[in-house]
Design a protein around this ligand. Structure first.
Ligand SMILES: NC(=O)c1ccc[n+]([C@@H]2O[C@H](COP(=O)([O-])OP(=O)(O)OC[C@H]3O[C@@H](n4cnc5c(N)ncnc54)[C@H](O)[C@@H]3O)[C@@H](O)[C@H]2O)c1
Length: 266
């Protein structure tokens, strides 16, 4: 008689399902966040669509509702602690809880050598790309501890584990996101809360396309950094984030998952 260590096959088809879950997605008005919000809603989650851009919030919410999903928009600045709290309050008052969070809002660097970087630019980068994640973790984990568990994914970057020229503020902030993820994963694993990071390579979103500009030489240089020979698409990050947020990843915490076409192998 076979030991009962092999799960029923249908588990493979149900563990990605997010029906009955409530998820907050930050930076959900564009790019990776928008696509992840749409994907999670398609898998059954009720989604809080959080972004500083009202137009972005509206567009993502409309798309989810058109597809038959549940979404509620909130225009927030994730560097503001009361705004962060408001996203959780909205999840609880609208849908009755919070099970999953994708902390993804972020900005690109203006780009400058360290020796010329104005302090204000450094501080703004740290505030948007790192302190916002601290604030999200603080309030989401408080709620999830009381609720008995949850799953969180933070968006770092390949630049969270390797250096990149001329964007020292971005590299430092994203390394910080990986550190926050690992430390929080250790501290709250005992509360049933999993905390992971996803590390995108170059993904074709407004952030990257505006940083590259229209110069084909710059674009080819960026592509060459990816052994897979192309840039990524938002959906390729959304799939990883959705997996990490689902029960399919129930033994995964503290990971910094590269989804980068091999960028960080180089
Ligand atoms: N695109 C890439 O190549 C790439 C690579 C590695 C990591 N990332 C990271 O992925 C995340 C998403 O980026 P994207 O490429 O989808 O960019 P994007 O510009 O398309 O989307 C970012 C979203 O975040 C929102 N946002 C910015 N500041 C905010 C704030 N203070 N409060 C709330 N919302 C705010 C913006 O309004 C925008 O809708 C970022 O954290 C970025 O650093 C992107």
């Amino acid at each position: 008689m076979r030991e009962n260590t092999v799960p029923a096959v249908d588990a493979a088809f149900t563990q990605l399902n997010m029906a009955g879950r409530v998820a907050i997605i930050t930076g959900a008005g564009s790019g990776i966040g928008a696509t992840t919000a749409v994907l999670l809603a398609a898998r059954g989650a009720a989604v809080i669509v959080a972004d500083i851009s009202a137009a972005g919030c509206e567009a993502t919410t409309e798309q989810i509702r058109r597809d038959g999903g549940s979404a509620t928009p909130i225009v927030v600045d994730m560097t503001d602690e009361s705004d962060v709290r408001a996203t959780i309050d909205l999840a609880v008052s609208t849908y009755g809880g919070l099970h999953a969070a994708f902390n993804n809002a972020g900005i690109g660097s203006k780009g400058a050598p360290l020796t010329d970087m104005p302090l204000e630019d450094w501080q703004h980068m740290i505030s948007v790309n790192l302190t916002s994640i601290f604030l999200c973790l603080k309030h989401q984990i408080r709620h999830m501890k009381n609720q008995g568990g949850g799953a969180i994914v933070n968006t770092a970057s390949g630049a969270g584990v390797v250096g990149f020229p001329n964007v020292i503020d971005y590299v430092a902030a994203k390394h910080g996101v990986v550190g926050l993820t690992r430390a929080a994963a250790i501290d709250y694993a005992g509360h049933g809360i999993r905390v992971n990071a996803v590390l995108p390579g170059g993904i074709e979103t407004p952030m990257l396309t505006s940083a590259m500009g229209k110069d084909e030489i710059v674009r080819s240089a960026v592509v060459r950094g990816h052994p897979i020979g192309r840039l990524g698409q938002s959906l390729e990050i959304a799939e990883a984030a959705a997996w990490l947020l689902s029960d399919a990843a129930s033994f995964v915490t503290g990971s910094a998952m590269a989804v980068d076409g091999g960028y960080t192998c180089m």
